[in-house]
Design a protein around this ligand. Structure first.
Ligand code: KL2
Length: 418
């Protein structure tokens, strides 16, 4: 018998300095503020390790006792974990299609979830699922994203994303929608060019889904397995909203591996114009051909200006996106600086899974002409603590008797201020 790992809820109450603390008590949910007109919800991101991929990459699981690798052993454990944490939103990756149809979806439905699924294109039959509690949300839209593009030679990989727009069910007050995105980006550590383009495609879809009538964006939660480590250029791009990739080797983008011998440098631009996504990671609107107005009508210059901007962007090595996204986790233990890991098997133990969210701004006035658009804010209330590689090897790494994926589930509790 292997031991069990201990994870605890870290409550984050930072509305005033004295109360800034992390409490480790599983049973105490400190009330930081009054709860009127607040909507709280929890999110889990979990790569559940598809059985086909486990069998295709069996060399990664040599450390495991055979029986713990069977799906018939793993699934009950995974379900027990999901049931135990009881998150309002589940973002699952590596959900194998046959298991989804026969076991995963029926089981989650009986736990009160509505499930949406996007299978990868191509031959690998797994994909991303987003499931949410009927009792908490109603479904406004389902937006699958395929990263494979027949007309773009760069995009020859079968990864996908899924973006839902959810309406919180609040009896008393009107509430904005919440945009929830889930993805599993390409694994190949050498192909940062593809990973960045896949990310840009997901961000473009999020922009389009989260966009509200008044030009601002509703609150956003973006989960998944990004196959990129903290501090890597891809990670920094998500958090900073900008990336200058000039001279960057494609193998350095995700930070998974050191060796970049003989590696190509990212081309400028990374993806071709026919993808239809700007360097700001939004869909480029097809502009109707302009008709010259003989009288020099002054309503047009606005349009001209944006066109010039788009042309100039194409020559520069800067990527941008419009959201200000924070990570639920900070990736290092506060006391020792030892890295937390979200996946651990015989070849690697790193963080590649994330829950990003649009954080509530702390009373900062909007600056005119700011790069970052107005995005609805969420307050992070709590997260389920992660572990170090060393912690995980004390239970024989992953998967083990009790933890049945090679990833850990990530969990966060949010509050939507109304
Ligand atoms: O790293 V992962 O595991 O997020 O946990 O994402 C990919 C890898 C997943 C989907 O492609 O399958 C795993 N070496 C190690 N792992 C691999 C490989 C490989 N060559 N190919 C796929 N995966």
């Amino acid at each position: 018998m292997e031991g069990t790992i201990q994870r605890h809820w870290e409550y984050i109450c930072n509305h005033n300095k004295e109360n800034t603390k992390i409490l480790g008590d599983e049973n105490v949910d400190p009330i930081c503020e009054d709860r009127e007109n607040k909507f709280e919800f929890s999110v889990m991101s979990y790569n559940i390790l598809s059985q086909d991929l486990l069998e295709d990459n069996s060399h990664l699981y040599k450390h495991c006792r055979r029986p713990v690798l069977h799906w018939s052993f793993r699934f009950p454990n995974i379900l027990k974990e999901i049931k135990h944490f009881d998150a309002d939103v589940l973002c699952l990756q590596e959900v194998q299609e046959d298991h989804y149809g026969t076991e995963i979806r029926p089981s989650l439905e009986s736990l009160g979830y509505h499930c949406e699924y996007k299978m990868r294109t191509g031959r690998k039959p797994d994909g991303c699922a987003i499931c949410f509690k009927h009792s908490k949300f109603s479904l406004l839209s389902v937006n699958p994203v395929e990263f494979y593009r027949r007309d773009v030679p760069l995009l020859d990989r079968d990864n996908v994303g899924l973006v839902l727009l959810l309406q919180p069910k609040i009896p008393s007050a009107a509430s904005p929608a919440i945009c929830v995105a889930n993805t599993h980006l390409l694994y190949n550590p050498r192909r940062g060019d593809i990973k960045l383009t896949q990310l840009a495609m997901l961000l473009a879809e999020i922009s389009s889904v989260a966009h509200q009538k008044d030009g601002s964006f509703c609150p956003i939660v973006m989960c998944g397995d990004f196959n990129s480590v903290p501090g890597s250029p891809l990670y920094s791009f998500i958090k900073e909203g900008k990336l200058n990739y000039e001279g960057l080797a494609i193998g350095k983008v995700s930070g998974q591996e050191q060796s970049s011998r003989g590696q190509r440098i990212l081309s400028i631009p990374i993806w071709p114009p026919n993808l239809g996504i700007s360097q700001n990671c939004v869909y480029e609107v097809q502009q109707a051909p302009k008709v010259e107005k003989p009288d020099g009508d002054l309503t047009q210059p606005e349009l001209d200006k944006t066109e010039v901007l788009v042309t100039a962007e194409k020559l520069s090595s800067n990527l941008q996106h419009h959201f200000s996204l924070s990570s639920v986790y900070s990736h290092y233990l506060p006391d020792t600086g030892i890295p937390e890991v979200t996946t651990c098997h015989s070849r690697s133990a790193v963080t590649v899974d994330y829950i990003f969210y649009s954080a509530e701004k702390e009373g900062v006035a909007e600056q005119p002409g700011a790069e970052v658009a107005l995005v609805g804010g969420l307050k992070l209330l709590a997260r389920l603590s992660l572990l170090t590689e060393q912690d995980l090897w004390t239970v024989n790494g992953l998967p083990n008797e009790n933890n049945s994926s090679d990833h850990l589930p990530l969990l966060a509790k949010f509050r939507l201020e109304l």
